[in-house]
Ligand binder design. Structure first.
Ligand SMILES: Nc1nc2c(ncn2[C@@H]2O[C@H](COP(=O)(O)OP(=O)(O)OP(=O)(O)O)[C@@H](O)[C@H]2O)c(=O)[nH]1
Ligand SMILES: [Mg+2]
Length: 108
C-alpha cells in the first residue's frame, strides 16, 4: 500500500488529483484540508492494475502512525517554497523514517 503524507497544505490532494487526471488539463485548484483519509486511484496504463494511494491530512500527523500497517511505499510531499514550514516538515519526516512499522518501506 502507498501512503501519501506531508504537512498541512503542501499540495498532496492536488498532486493526487493531478496524477489521477493526467489527461484532463483543466482540473480545479480548489481543495479542502483533508480531515481523515483521501483515497486516489491512478490508472497508469489501461492493461496495468490501478494504483491506490492513501493520503492522510497534515492536521492528522499525531495519529498518522495508526495508518502505518501494511505500508510498502511512502510519498512524502513538501512545499519547498514555504520556508516557515520546512522545520516541521523535517521533524515529521524524521519521525516517519524512524517508525518501526515503516522500517522496510520505501520513501519517495
Ligand atoms: N498554484 C498552486 N496551488 C497549489 C499547488 N499545490 C497546492 N496548491 C494549493 O494549496 C492549497 C492546499 O493544497 P492541498 O492539495 O489541499 O494540500 P494538502 O497537502 O492536501 O493539505 P492537507 O490535506 O490539509 O494536509 C490549495 O488551495 C491548493 O489549490 C500548486 O502546485 N500550485
Ligand atoms: Mg489533502
Amino acid at each position: 500500500m502507498l501512503l501519501c503524507v506531508g504537512p498541512e497544505g503542501t499540495g498532496k490532494t492536488l498532486l493526487l488529483r493531478r496524477l489521477a487526471n493526467l489527461t484532463k488539463p483543466d482540473i480545479s485548484l480548489t481543495t479542502v484540508p483533508t480531515v481523515g483519509l483521501n483515497i486516489a486511484t491512478i490508472q497508469q496504463e489501461p492493461e496495468m492494475p490501478p494504483i491506490n494511494i492513501r493520503e492522510l491530512g497534515g492536521s492528522m500527523s499525531p495519529i498518522w502512525p495508526s495508518y502505518y500497517n501494511g505500508v510498502r511505499k511512502i510519498m512524502y510531499v513538501v512545499d519547498a517554497v514555504n520556508l516557515t514550514q520546512l522545520g516541521e516538515a523535517t521533524l515529521l519526516l524524521m519521525d516517519l523514517l524512524a517508525h518501526p512499522k515503516l522500517r522496510t518501506a520505501q520513501c519517495i
